[in-house]
Write a protein that binds this ligand. Sequence first.
Ligand SMILES: C[C@@]1(CC(=O)O)c2cc3[nH]c(cc4nc(cc5[nH]c(cc(n2)[C@H]1CCC(=O)O)[C@@](C)(CC(=O)O)[C@@H]5CCC(=O)O)C(CC(=O)O)=C4CCC(=O)O)c(CCC(=O)O)c3CC(=O)O
Ligand SMILES: NC(=O)C1=CN([C@@H]2O[C@H](COP(=O)(O)OP(=O)(O)OC[C@H]3O[C@@H](n4cnc5c(N)ncnc54)[C@H](O)[C@@H]3O)[C@@H](O)[C@H]2O)C=CC1
Length: 155
Amino acid sequence: MKFPMFVELDGKKAVVAGAGVIGTRRIQVLEEFGARVFVVSPEISPEVRKLWEEGRINCELRILEKRDLDQAFLAVAATDSREANHQAAVWCREAGIPVNVADKKEECDFYFPGIARGGLLTAGICAGGKDHRMAKEAAAEVRQLFAEKYSSKEP
Ligand SMILES: C[C@@]1(CC(=O)O)c2cc3[nH]c(cc4nc(cc5[nH]c(cc(n2)[C@H]1CCC(=O)O)[C@@](C)(CC(=O)O)[C@@H]5CCC(=O)O)C(CC(=O)O)=C4CCC(=O)O)c(CCC(=O)O)c3CC(=O)O
Ligand SMILES: NC(=O)C1=CN([C@@H]2O[C@H](COP(=O)(O)OP(=O)(O)OC[C@H]3O[C@@H](n4cnc5c(N)ncnc54)[C@H](O)[C@@H]3O)[C@@H](O)[C@H]2O)C=CC1
């Protein structure tokens, strides 16, 4: 069971390997929560390219290398290669950097929850890696609750 720690990400380096469908989702969330996102991926989605062009994130269009992880606060391995994701996890573990591995929950130090925000509140919903559909559904219900009952106070 993972502990729901609410972590300060403002200005902290978050490395994301792979900017396809899942990497893009991760990059958007980390950027929204203030991290200094550094993307390494041979190909990137249009959404990620736009964030890059707006100067909100940095990208390198190549495969991940160990040195990319220097000074990272956290990392995400979201490539479509099991081998590359595993290698990233090993490098992170050696360097003591918490890592999320999109295709293997056993290699994750932390999970991405379903997120609900409203007013002053932020919730992260996790089904312990056992049912992401349930996490998604519950997060949608909590978003609805926040909008109905707790949205009056803006952050
Ligand atoms: C453990 C965890 C680690 C982590 O990723 O952080 C993890 C792991 C894995 N997910 C996989 C598949 C999918 N996950 C989703 C969706 C979501 N997955 C999310 C979280 C988590 N997923 C973490 C905790 C989960 C928990 O609490 O139970 C959500 C909540 C948040 C988010 O991803 O942003 C988000 C829904 C919220 C939202 O959309 O609002 C979809 C559907 C979709 O993408 O639309 C699919 C594909 C289709 C399908 O199967 O349904 C695979 C197999 C990959 C493969 O086969 O290669 C693994 C790997 C494994 O289980 O080992
Ligand atoms: N955790 C979750 O919620 C989910 C996880 N997945 C898993 O996430 C992974 C990614 O899936 P998608 O985003 O759909 O794949 P995708 O094919 O859309 O994107 C993969 C990206 O990785 C990049 N890439 C490939 N090798 C790389 C390397 N060595 N270094 C850096 N970047 C590299 C590619 O250029 C591409 O941009 C898959 O392993 C998939 O099984 C899939 C669905 C949900």
